[in-house]
Design a protein around this ligand. Structure first.
Ligand code: CA
Length: 433
């Protein structure tokens, strides 16, 4: 067993059972201790952030042979592209430093004061330089639901869907950090029963509950990655809200796929959870019938049991409504298959590339991962605690997603990805700026 995931080992930093960040997690992120400080890398333990730049400068990571200042760049990329063996050595050293019986950090008051900072006192920063963003459509339930709504029950899945992980090249420049507001996009739509389009604010604003993985080790142009080796190229996972403008999407998407309906914002959670931390939560993934072509077959097919939920809170409401509870394990196409398919053409992936899953819906209505499905295209609205009805998102609504693996008395979590909808440009109310 990897000692860093042993649930019996405790930290001297107190961690509540429902915390997403026990000693067994140790995710990576970027933060600034105060808004005027340069960003540096950190990990999270309970309600504290451990400053990895301070720890490295104190010589406590020397055994891993890291390049100097690797945690003091503006992004995690220089660390992410290291050999996975070296990264695992770093994880083991950090784990050792935080163990309950290890005095080095625990008993050095001055060092502890500089290295361990209350999480609510720091400013989280965007963790990674993302050269390219790809978005898949890997949930069978989601693809089926959308297919039924737009093409009818008999043609719900397109003929290619069960043979390859459908995806498209997204937009990296508008991937934003959790907490940043999202302005409602404007664009072209074709109103019902009309023949010519109109321009205006999106009327069917939606979220998409997704998870994404970030590339650590890149592959060379012309060298595909096999499904069996794909996880060696993955640095870790984040929670993703891929905001979507459904009315704009419907008019523009044929024949080349979504464009402006998807390129205005994609929010990610600030902490990147590694595959090492997720390892105890490996589980079976859905049986595939028909069997995929050999390049998509996996000798150890599997995925991770990661609980997901989504809450919506209206601007004037005191509480949020949980509108979805899903699970990463429902995805029909695994991360390894997505990566193998992406590179089978010889396409090279770079360190920091984001590959998102597509909306993660499950078999039950409570598992649907978008308002499009939850309200069944607007025919079944939900009622918020304050009485407001929602078919799609209103201005002022805050969408918060959460993800965690449930262990025996502990959790390995991703924290949250949250964002609030602002009125479209040109439609802001007086006093709203
Ligand atoms: Ca998406």
């Amino acid at each position: 067993m990897d000692p860093t995931v042993d649930p019996a080992v405790k930290s001297f930093v107190p961690v509540a059972p429902e915390s997403h960040f026990p000693l067994q997690n140790l995710p990576y992120g970027m933060f600034s201790p105060t808004p005027r400080d340069e960003p540096r890398a950190g990990t999270r333990i309970g309600d504290f952030v451990l400053d990895l730049a301070v720890i490295q400068n104190a010589g406590l990571l020397d055994a891993a042979g890291l390049p100097e200042g690797i945690f003091s760049h503006y992004v995690l990329n220089p660390f992410m592209e290291l050999d996975p063996v070296q990264r695992r050595a770093v994880r083991l050293l950090i784990h050792g430093l935080l163990r309950a019986e290890e005095p080095t950090l625990r008993d050095d008051t001055a060092l502890r004061g500089r290295a361990l900072l209350p999480a609510d006192s720091v400013t989280m920063q965007f963790p990674v330089g993302i050269p390219d963003y790809t978005d898949f459509y890997a949930s069978r339930e989601h693809a089926t639901n959308v297919g039924i709504m737009f093409r009818g029950k008999d043609n719900a899945l397109m003929p290619n869907w069960l043979h390859l992980p459908v995806g498209y090249h997204g937009r990296a420049s508008s991937v934003i950090l959790s907490g940043q507001d999202v302005t409602r996009p404007s664009g072209q739509t074709l109103p019902p029963e009309q023949e010519t389009p109109v321009f205006g604010p999106c009327k069917l604003m939606d979220f998409e509950l997704e998870m994404g993985f970030l590339i650590g080790t890149p592959n060379r142009l012309g060298e595909p990655v096999s499904a069996d080796n794909a996880e060696d190229n993955i640095f870790g996972l984040v929670l993703v809200n891929d905001w979507s403008a459904r009315d704009i999407q419907k008019w523009e998407y044929q024949p080349l796929g979504p464009f402006t309906a998807k390129n205005f914002a994609t929010s990610i959670s600030p902490w990147i959870v590694t595959l090492e931390a997720l390892a105890p939560f490996r589980c079976a993934s859905p049986e595939q019938d028909p069997a995929p072509l050999p390049y998509l077959q996996e000798s150890n097919r599997g995925t991770f049991d990661i609980n997901l939920d989504v809450h919506i809170q209206a601007e004037d409401d005191d509480e949020a409504l949980r509108v979805s509870e899903s699970n990463f394990k429902y995805l029909y196409w695994t991360m390894a298959q997505q990566l193998a398919h992406h590179t089978v053409s010889g396409c090279n992936l770079s360190t920091g590339d984001l590959l998102a899953s597509g909306t993660i819906s499950g078999p039950e209505k409570t598992n649907y991962g978008s308002m499009l499905e939850i309200s069944w295209r607007g025919t079944e609205p939900v009622t918020l605690p304050g009485g407001g009805e929602r078919k799609f998102l209103h201005d002022g609504d805050t969408v918060t997603m959460s993800a965690w693996c449930q262990g025996d008395g502990y959790r390995i979590g991703f924290g949250e990805v949250t964002g609030k909808i602002l009125p479209a440009i040109g439609t802001q109310r007086a006093g709203n700026r």
